[in-house]
Design a protein around this ligand. Structure first.
Ligand SMILES: Cc1cc2nc3c(=O)[nH]c(=O)nc-3n(C[C@H](O)[C@H](O)[C@H](O)COP(=O)(O)O)c2cc1C
Length: 333
């Protein structure tokens, strides 16, 4: 029997468990942008309690981005100091950490909110250069890798989606062309840095004419070919399931995707019970599971699960933390 607390490998990264604390914004800064002691404390609790890997909160590219007020970025004064401290802190517990890059708008220098159809080739090069620069900064700050969020409704999710992208050049049309913007970034980073690159993608797009689950498999294969080390599925389309506390509805799809790829797939969304996580681990080929809100409700809950061999998160999935864009539990803090 496999157990979620078994040591394992996510690509080249050695993990203390199969559980990943997924991207979760902190919104806690003081003195012109420096992280508060609470953030350091939270990271330490998460790392110490048996978490396999951590994905940071969103790092935005531009200060006018929609998610900028709720997230951090690589350009503030204390970035290297704060994050070198955080990466050192979690590495003390042998927990790898990825910096998550996510942006909703892109400012190509001419237009602050240039949409995928309108961005020029120079704009695409500029965007790619900025993402690569962010990767470089993550690497200098001690992160083990970067997660490119090309899921939810973020810019790159729109760019690769035929619903939004009707370009007629080599960045539009076929699946390969639409993914090229990211494939080129991944190749360049992998050729130049020793970094794990994870891509966060939607299982599909619910809009008519958007990405289907079948096309997403092709997208993930192209990301793998470019050098991506892992894929994480978003849980964005599963909000209906929060009331029922049932198994994540993408388990079967994550299993199918895992079987199609040679890189690991991370499942996420509404995972709350140790027994259910072990059930997934033992009845499917999905090896990695990510959680967010349970860590907001209680950053070190995994220590109790590990000790007791069972457990259910105290998180009630009320989603207030998400709505208010804070890593603060309105019920238990
Ligand atoms: C407080 C909060 C902050 C979040 N911040 C991020 C983030 O920075 N990046 C991201 O990709 N997703 C973010 N999410 C979404 C989570 O990563 C996750 O996909 C979602 O909450 C479903 O997982 P859960 O049921 O385990 O909470 C956030 C969610 C919450 C509740």
């Amino acid at each position: 029997m496999k157990d979620i607390f078994d040591e394992c490998y996510l690509g080249d990264l050695k993990l203390n468990s199969h559980i990943i604390r997924t991207g979760t914004w902190e919104t806690e800064t003081e003195d012109g942008g420096f992280l508060t002691p609470k953030v350091f404390d939270r990271y330490e609790k998460i790392a110490k309690s048996g978490t396999g890997a951590i994905i940071s909160e969103i790092f935005a590219l531009d200060h006018r981005d929609r998610f900028y007020p709720y997230s951090t970025n690589t350009n503030y004064k204390g970035f290297f100091k704060d994050y070198k401290e955080i990466t050192d802190l979690v590495h003390k517990y042998n927990v790898p950490i990825l910096g998550q890059l996510a942006f909703f708008y892109y400012n190509d220098g001419l237009n602050q909110k240039v949409e995928p159809n309108d961005i020029s080739l120079e704009g695409i090069r500029r965007l790619q250069a900025e993402v690569i620069m962010a990767a470089k900064k993550f690497s200098f700050a001690g992160f083990d890798g970067m997660q490119i969020n090309m899921g939810n409704n973020f810019y790159l999710a729109r760019f690769i989606n035929p619903y939004f992208n009707q370009r007629e050049d080599s960045y539009g049309g076929s699946t390969e062309n639409r993914v090229r913007i990211v494939s080129e970034i991944i190749k360049l980073i992998k050729d130049n840095f020793d970094m794990h690159i994870s891509c966060r993608v939607n299982p599909n797009d619910v809009r008519k004419g958007g990405i289907t689950q079948e096309e997403n498999i092709e997208i993930c294969k192209l990301l793998e070919k470019a050098g991506a080390d892992s894929i994480q599925l978003t849980g964005r389309t599963i909000s209906y399931a929060y009331e029922e506390m049932r198994l994540n509805p993408f388990v079967d799809y994550a299993n199918k995707l895992t079987n199609e790829l040679n890189i690991p797939v991370i499942l996420g969304g509404n995972l709350r019970e140790m027994s259910k996580l072990n059930e997934i681990l033992n009845t499917t080929n999905v090896e990695f599971m990510s959680l967010s809100k349970p860590f907001v409700a209680q950053p070190d809950f995994l220590a109790e699960w590990k000790e007791n061999g069972e457990g259910v998160s105290i998180c009630q999935s009320c989603n207030n933390c998400y709505s208010k864009k804070e890593s603060y539990c309105f019920k238990f803090d």
